[in-house]
Every structure is written in C-alpha cells, then in structure tokens.
Design a protein around this ligand. Structure first.
Ligand code: PLP
Length: 375
C-alpha cells in the first residue's frame, strides 16, 4: 500500500501550475537523495548555511543569497532587513517597530492586489503596507523618511495597469530606498534569478524553492545586496528572532541547493520541448476525440514566463471551473486542469494545461478527463 493510500488521500495529476495547494512540484530523485544523505549526520548548521548560501549566490550569479522557508519567508525576512539593517538590537524587537522610523513598505495600488495576497506579508514583521497611485511620479513622491522599501510584483497579469518593474526600478534606483521584487513564480528562464537584481538593479529578489526550482516545497530564496542578505540571516533561524519561526533544516538546505543546481544546469530548450511534446500529445487526442473544443498552443506561461501552454476553449455553455470540478472531483484519476481566476479577464469557458508538472505517461489521463467532462 502506498503512503497516500494508507492515509486515504488520493494523488492528483497536476496539469495546471506549481500551486502550493497541490504540493508545488515534484523533486528530482537526486534532490531526494541529497535530503536523505543530509538527514544522516549532524553538522554545524551555521557552516552548512554559509556553504549553501555561498553556492546559491554563485549558481544564481548574485552577490549574495539566503535560503529560507518559501518566497513568503523571503518577503518577511527581506522586509525585516530593510527596516532594521544589520542592527541586532532592532531586529530583536520585531514585530515591535516602535523604535524604528522607516516602517512603510510601498506597493502600487493596482488590480494585482486582488490576484495575489502576498503583498500583505510585510505586515507580519511589523511593517505597514502603503498602496500608492500606480504611476512612477506618485511612487517617487510617496517616498519619505518613513519608507523602508518598495515592493514590486513582476509578471504580465500583475503589471497590468501599474508601471513595470523595469521602469520602476530604473526610476527609483538612485532614491536610496531598497527595492524588493517578489519574483516567486517568475521562472523559467533561470536567468531571471539574476535579472531583477543584476540586470535591473533591485536590492533584493525573492523566489520560491518549491515551485519551478523543484526543491522542497517549504523552501525559498532571497538574492541581492550582501548587507541586506546578512541582515536577513540575522533575522532568521537559528537566531531567536522573528525568523526563528521560519526554520530551514539541514534536509531542506540540502534539497534546495541540489534542486537549484539541477535547475540552472538544465537545458532550457530541452525542458521547453519536453513540455511541448506532452501538450502536442494532449492536443492531438482532443483534436481527434473532442470536436466540440478548440485547442490553441500558447508560447508563454500565465505570468509571461518561458512555458508553453495549451488553451482549450470549451463550448460556450460550459465553464472552465465546472470542468475542473469534474476532472478533479469526479474523474479518476483526478486531474487538476488550469482555470484562470476571474481577475485574469479570460473567457469563462477556457481552460489551460501546463505540462511543467506532467509526466509523459499522464498526457492521456489529462485528455481523457477533459473528454469525459464533455460527455
Ligand atoms: C507562490 C508565491 C508566493 C509564496 O511563495 P512560497 O514559496 O509558497 O512561500 C509569493 N509571491 C508570489 C507572487 C507567488 O506566486
């Protein structure tokens, strides 16, 4: 009996995204092996963190890096670092910020706030989040001596109706205010790991370890300015400060760094083509057996990243949401097909299929589930 069977939990085929609600991604066997090995010995955790963070900086071509618990942990530590710097007495007091003057985190007041609730995370370390009119001029004018950082969310749908990351960073670079980029899901390409910091000039960028990097689901990465990265580390476990609750174990660190190495060394054209081949297989089955749907290949992912997608338009009396309820809730094996949330402004009868988390052998299951739904 498999582990999931023993708990009565049914595995789901992930044809949608690296959603945390589904378990993020699947780790490579070599990542799991590194975790198993790391679990077999005690080490000096500070020494292990030094080594892992140094290698993460090297692999991502950044000046410095820190490995933490998810992009969410990364946003909390980044905020703490921007408020307190390396002042340990101030870090000791978080989330009490009464001794600080710079406690505001500025964000654009755009429609993305309904799509991704992660802009609330800086509050968890005591910062105030201040929405600013979505223009460069308003952002510049909003910066004052209470501003700890500006927080940006790249990605095509998130940047709709707000100035882009590129324009904002270029305009604010010399303002003296640290810029944090939440790039949790902005992968691939792997070059994005240094794009926001090195190419654009952001002070910190944050990535999920458990999404496209395919590390442990509980991991995340902060990259950028060495002094701010040192401050993140001071705020984090094993220190008894706000980030003690964001503890990474030796197994997490081993798994993350192994997954990161695999991710940056993967031939991106090969990975892309592997996904295309799976989507082609699904498309050809649907073309043959589901004349009611129209299938279209899309070159870029939901957030504008380098990922092919399949857009499947259902008959207009059906909704993508109903399709997902059926394929995931009734069909066996359960399949999570992609549904655009209403804020994306896509047709209600559209579903998407992303093969990032699909095995070749699952292509038919995905097509069958959609065909079954159509009846
Ligand atoms: C997923 C995501 C997060 C949270 O990342 P975790 O690694 O799950 O903590 C934060 N911001 C954005 C934009 C995300 O997509």
């Amino acid at each position: 009996m498999s582990f999931y069977d023993s708990l009565g939990v049914v595995p789901i085929i992930n044809a949608s995204e690296t959603y945390t609600n589904l378990g993020g991604s699947l780790m490579d066997p070599i990542t799991l092996e590194a975790m198993r090995e790391a679990a077999g010995a005690f080490v000096d955790m500070n020494r292990l963190m030094d080594a892992v963070c140094e290698r993460a900086a090297l692999l991502t071509r950044n000046d410095a890096a820190f490995v933490t618990t998810g992009a969410a942990g990364g946003l909390m530590l980044s905020t703490a670092a921007c408020m307190c710097g390396e002042n340990e007495a101030l870090l000791d007091q978080l989330p009490d910020t009464s001794a600080l003057t710079r406690t505001n985190v500025l964000i654009y007041d755009g429609p993305f706030r309904q799509m991704i609730p992660y802009w609330r995370l800086p509050r968890m370390v005591g910062a105030q989040v201040v929405p600013v009119q979505p223009s460069i001029a308003a952002m510049k004018a909003a910066i004052d001596n209470h501003t700890a950082a500006v927080l940006l969310f790249p990605g095509t749908p998130y940047e709709r109706d707000v100035p882009s990351c590129e324009k904002t960073i270029a305009a604010l670079k010399n303002s003296g205010v640290p810029i944090i980029v939440d790039a949790a899901a902005q992968l691939p390409p792997a070059t994005n790991l240094s794009y926001y910091t090195r190419a654009l000039g952001a002070d910190l960028a944050v990535f999920s370890g458990g999404k496209h990097i395919r590390g442990p689901q509980s991991t995340g990465l902060i990259v950028g300015r060495p002094d701010l990265i040192r401050a993140c580390r001071l705020a984090a476990s094993p220190n008894p400060r706000i980030g003690r609750a964001l503890k990474t174990g030796k197994e997490d660190l081993a798994g993350f760094i192994t997954a990161l190495e695999t991710f940056v060394n993967t031939d991106e054209a090969k990975r892309y083509n592997r996904q295309v081949a799976i989507l082609d297989r699904i498309a050809s089955i649907l073309d043959k057996r589901a004349p009611l749907v129209s299938v279209e290949k899309v070159a870029k992912g939901r957030l504008g990243t380098e990922q092919p997608l399949l857009h499947v338009t259902l008959p207009d009396y059906l909704t993508g949401e109903a399709c997902n309820v059926y394929t995931r809730g009734t069909h066996l094996p359960p399949v999570d097909v992609g549904v655009y949330p209403p804020e994306f402004g896509m047709p209600r009868n559209l579903i998407f299929v992303n093969a990032y988390n699909l095995r070749e052998s699952e292509a038919e299951d995905v097509a069958e589930a959609i065909i079954d739904f159509l009846g």
